[in-house]
Design a protein around this ligand. Structure first.
Ligand code: HEC
Length: 409
């Protein structure tokens, strides 16, 4: 009954927009390819993390913010439980105010921004942006060094060079950012902000509930009925019309913009819309971005993580065992393919926890180019002195053989 009513509403919107009748090219009936996802076991030890309010990650470091406790996990194992803050409201991974490794921050219920200090608890950092007297309810990285903060009266944009500007006056309800661009929702408008010049551009979108910006700086917005994306002409154009339930979330996670449509997930990647069938999302879940390209969903205090099931096509999820393929590749393989076959599985399983871009090691080893550049270091540290990977992250004999084989050709 509910669904039938909703379909009528969606069709009504379609005719308003002048699109063709029926579901049209922007729905599951046309132009949308099937998306395969899988649930990631982010808590393999079944640690009790409490009633979850928010989550943020950086590679395989995950912080689960719950009532009464923030639980820090490294590659699935709990490394810290901090009980200094009774209530958290939101979380994000944002560029560090000091230019270092990105900060995982939580927002407490007093509206202060607290960053995780390497395994040593949380530090109130609101004052780093002059926001100690503001009640912050949202934070987002803008890609590059900028960040934006949502507070009761508006949005503060930090350009990354120590300059923080408040866009007040208009009540804002939600922010997004990426590719050096910020976005906010204000009363039926989607506002795009350039952090350098503070120039704004406004798009009218009645009923907008969420906005996001992808890595390339393209703006996205959603209403309960549809998802829109900024096109080449700089207009917000319809990209997906909901038919299975209301759109209830939209976030940018490395390389894609995820959205939730009732019980299903969808994503826009490289301009293509893909959507799941049978994902069985929690109905009203709130989406959180992941630095890995995955998406987190918090519903009723329960946290779920979904990954695109790429079956070997690019996305590797740190902490997830990948089936290693250690056979020496036929000599016809390109260096890139050889790396992918011999090294990438080992990397995903053992090294990714520290060596992703922005990872704790400060050395990105996630690409074949990075490994090629460091062949001598890899040989010395991993095979000769054996002090890398550090204790507690063992390499099996087959892993060592794969690395040796790769170094040899
Ligand atoms: C627990 C974190 C951690 C893991 C897991 C880890 N590393 Fe490291 N790695 C580091 C840190 C921190 C450094 C920088 C400090 C140092 O050189 O010891 C580093 C440095 C290196 C270096 C030296 C690079 C340079 O430019 O000096 C190499 C090579 C390296 N790691 C390879 C690997 C490989 C290969 C793996 C997986 C098989 C791995 N590491 C797993 C933390 C880690």
């Amino acid at each position: 009954m509910k669904r039938a009513l909703f379909l009528v509403a969606a069709a009504g919107l379609g005719s308003l927009l002048g699109a063709c009748g029926g579901a049209g090219p922007y729905s599951r009936d046309g132009g949308v390819t099937r998306l395969a996802t899988r649930v990631v076991d982010w808590n393999p030890t079944h640690a009790d993390v409490g009633r979850v309010a928010a989550v943020a990650d950086r590679g395989s470091d995950v912080v689960v913010f719950a009532d009464g406790a923030a639980t820090v996990m490294e590659s699935g194992a709990v490394s810290l439980v901090d009980r200094s803050v009774p209530k958290w409201t939101s979380a994000a991974t944002i560029p560090a105010a000091d230019g270092g490794v990105p900060w995982i921050v939580g927002l407490d219920d007093r509206g202060h921004v607290r960053r995780l200090r390497a395994r040593a608890g949380f530090e109130d950092v609101s004052a780093r942006w002059g926001l100690e007297n503001a009640r912050i309810i949202g934070a987002v990285g803008l890609g590059g060094r900028g960040a934006a903060f949502l507070f009761d009266g508006g949005v503060a944009v930090a350009n990354g060079d120590g300059k923080v500007v408040r866009l007040g006056g208009i009540p804002m309800t939600m922010i997004g950012g990426g590719g050096g661009v910020g976005a906010a929702l204000s009363n039926g408008d989607v506002v795009r902000v350039d952090p350098a010049s503070l120039a704004t551009k406004t798009f009218a979108l009645n009923g907008a509930i969420a906005t996001a910006v992808d890595d390339a700086g393209h703006l996205y917005a959603a209403t309960p009925d549809a998802v829109y994306a900024e096109n080449d002409k700089g207009e917000l154009a319809l990209r997906f019309r909901a038919t299975l339930g209301a759109i209830h979330g939209l976030v940018a996670s490395k390389g894609r913009v995820w959205f939730a449509e009732g019980p299903e997930l969808g994503a826009i990647e490289g301009g293509h819309v893909v959507a799941t069938t049978g994902a069985k999302l929690p109905p009203g879940g709130r989406l959180f971005s992941s630095t890995t390209g995955d998406v987190w969903i918090v519903d009723g205090g329960i946290l779920t993580r979904f990954a695109r099931d790429a079956s070997g096509a690019g996305t590797s999820v740190p902490g997830q065992p990948t089936t290693p393929s250690h056979q020496g590749p036929p000599s016809t393989l390109s260096p890139e393919d050889a790396w992918r076959a011999q090294i990438q599985p080992v990397f995903a399983r053992v090294c990714a926890g520290c060596h992703l871009p922005g990872g704790t090691a400060g050395i990105d080893l996630s690409t074949s180019a990075a490994w090629n550049k460091r062949k001598a270091d890899v040989k010395e540290r991993v095979l000769d002195t054996r002090d890398m990977p550090p204790k507690g992250h063992p390499l099996g004999d087959a892993d060592l053989a794969a690395i040796r084989a790769w170094l040899a050709h």
